[in-house]
Ligand binder design. Structure first.
Ligand code: FPP
Length: 247
């Protein structure tokens, strides 16, 4: 099926309201296969991000959450880490106008505290600048780890208890959810990982409790809206039971 033909609501998630999360993997290999520096793969990857964001309304994706830099990625060379950080900044500056125009609301999740203050200011700015948009919700995970997010949420809940604002017996899933970086987002319906790796790698551990997972061998710099469309066709055939039975 091509993208234009995707009828609204032909998948188990609500019509045109899907939340798809992507572990964008394989940039380094894509570049190395061509004898190029890894950063070239990341740059190509950023182009793929732009294409996919623009295709979201046609694909029926309302929420797109992308894993761009994990809490473990600091172990890469300084050149690669700085190159990635600068790429994130450039992406925001270049895409701000288009996002504003196309109704894209951008959020950044993850622990910002160790990031460069200029980059943090840019994150604050783009979140504010696009806060009234509602057509596509683009969330980029930077210095993000699922366990780290749960730890920070637990600390925040513990502070509320310690201050007498929260009764421990009243803590529910919703309470925890409200303290997550993703508090404003629905849970993902689908998590996609590219490059043939079949690990979760600390991504959305709390939120993906009932998500479907689809793994594709395609390296992220080769991932097009058509690739996503094929994946969505496969997702639409899956039976989601959320722990229950189909009657
Ligand atoms: C994983 O591939 C990819 C990353 C750690 C970086 C992802 C970043 C981008 C796609 C750049 C742009 C993003 C935005 C939001 C502007 P890898 O480097 O681990 O690949 P490898 O496993 O082949 O080495």
């Amino acid at each position: 099926m091509n993208i234009e033909q995707r009828p609204p609501g032909d998948d188990p998630a609500s019509a045109n309201n899907m939340h798809v999360a992507v572990i964008m993997d394989g940039n380094g290999r894509w570049a190395s296969n061509r004898g190029w520096p890894r950063l070239v793969g990341h740059r190509k990857g950023a182009e793929r991000v732009r294409e996919l964001v623009n295709a979201c309304p046609d694909l029926g994706i309302r929420y797109l959450t992308l894993y761009a830099f994990s809490t473990e990625n600091w172990s890469r060379t300084t050149e690669e880490v700085l190159g990635l950080m600068s790429l994130f900044g450039r992406y925001i500056k270049r895409e701000a106008g288009r996002m504003k125009k196309e109704g894209v609301r951008m959020r950044i999740i993850g622990d910002r505290t160790p990031l460069d203050p200029k980059l943090r200011a840019l994150f604050d700015w783009i979140e504010e600048d696009t806060r009234d948009n509602d057509r596509v919700h683009l969330t980029v995970a930077i210095n993000y780890g699922g366990r780290d997010e749960i730890r920070r949420a637990a600390q925040s809940v513990a502070r509320a208890v310690a201050s007498g604002m929260l009764d421990p017996d009243m803590i529910s899933d919703q309470t925890l959810n409200a303290h997550m970086d993703t508090a404003a987002l629905p849970d993902p319906d689908l998590v996609v990982r590219t490059s043939g790796e079949t690990r979760v790698s600390n991504f959305l551990l709390w939120q993906a409790a009932y998500a479907e997972y689809i793994f594709t061998p395609v390296l992220w710099p080769d991932f097009t809206p058509e690739t996503m469309n094929t994946i969505l066709d496969a997702f639409a055939k899956r039976e989601r039971r959320f722990g229950g039975v189909v009657t």
